[in-house]
Unconditional design. Structure first.
Length: 238
């Protein structure tokens, strides 16, 4: 077992795409509801909804997305369509035993997240009175940066609202990222490097592809095997 990478717990799993969309839709609805009722907490709800989307879109651990700063985003010259959000530079990655936080760069793969980030930075972040104190991406009402406990409480509240199991936590957004990229056909080594795993076995722990994906994969292999077995080089010569 690679203890430095292993983060698996039996209750943790990836969210299905339907569950993930339902969670994000509920988060957006809560922001709208709080804002229309004049509730003061709508801005912090907007912050947390955006933070969870960014956490999923880059496969981040809780501390990694909680500690993000404005300067941690940069352009990817090979993907100019993402503008200034083509790469996320993670500076607070999980440290090895006795070591310092590991850094890595995560390439943007979801086009929608660039709009989410731009909207947050350009429209909402500056409405926090504490925003000028630092370049923290997620300021709070009283401090320069929101704490992990507040993010955890928000996630738990919305999780309960949409009926997800209590074992599902913010880290499951990272599991979901890995699983969905694998289902979408991304190379496993690329996914491993994106999430900062030293060993492929650690990435495999995160992966819980759907039965539909496994069925399609099996069918693809079987069809290719059957086609190869039936191939007659004499009859099928071009």
């Amino acid at each position: 077992m690679h203890s430095s990478d292993y983060e698996g717990r039996p209750g943790r799993r990836a969210l299905t795409r339907v569950e993930l969309q339902g969670f994000f839709d509920h988060a957006d609805d809560e922001v709208v509801r709080l804002r229309h009722t004049g509730t003061k907490g709508w801005l912090s709800a907007q912050r947390d909804a955006t933070a969870f989307k960014v956490a999923y879109a880059y496969g981040l651990r809780r501390r990694e997305f909680q500690m993000l700063d404005l300067e941690d985003f940069g352009p990817n010259p090979h993907a100019p369509e993402f503008g200034g959000n083509g790469v996320l530079y993670v500076r607070w990655g999980k440290a090895t035993k006795g070591g310092t936080p590991r850094r890595r760069s995560v390439l943007t793969v979801f086009p929608w997240v660039t709009e989410v980030i731009d909207e947050w930075v350009g429209t909402f972040r500056g409405q926090f009175d504490t925003a000028p104190r630092s370049s923290a991406l997620w300021p709070s009402e009283r401090g320069a940066r929101v704490g992990p406990e507040a993010l955890g409480r928000r996630f738990a509240s919305w999780r309960t609202d949409v009926g997800l199991p209590s074992e599902i936590g913010p880290h499951c957004l990272r599991h979901s990222y890995v699983t969905h990229l694998i289902e979408d056909g991304y190379d496993p080594l690329f996914v491993q490097q994106q999430v900062g795993h030293t060993h492929a076995s650690s990435t495999s722990i995160y992966t819980s592809v759907s039965s539909d994906f496994r069925t399609r994969t099996l069918r693809k292999v079987l069809d290719a095997s059957i086609a190869a077995a039936l191939f007659d080089p004499q009859k099928d010569r071009p």
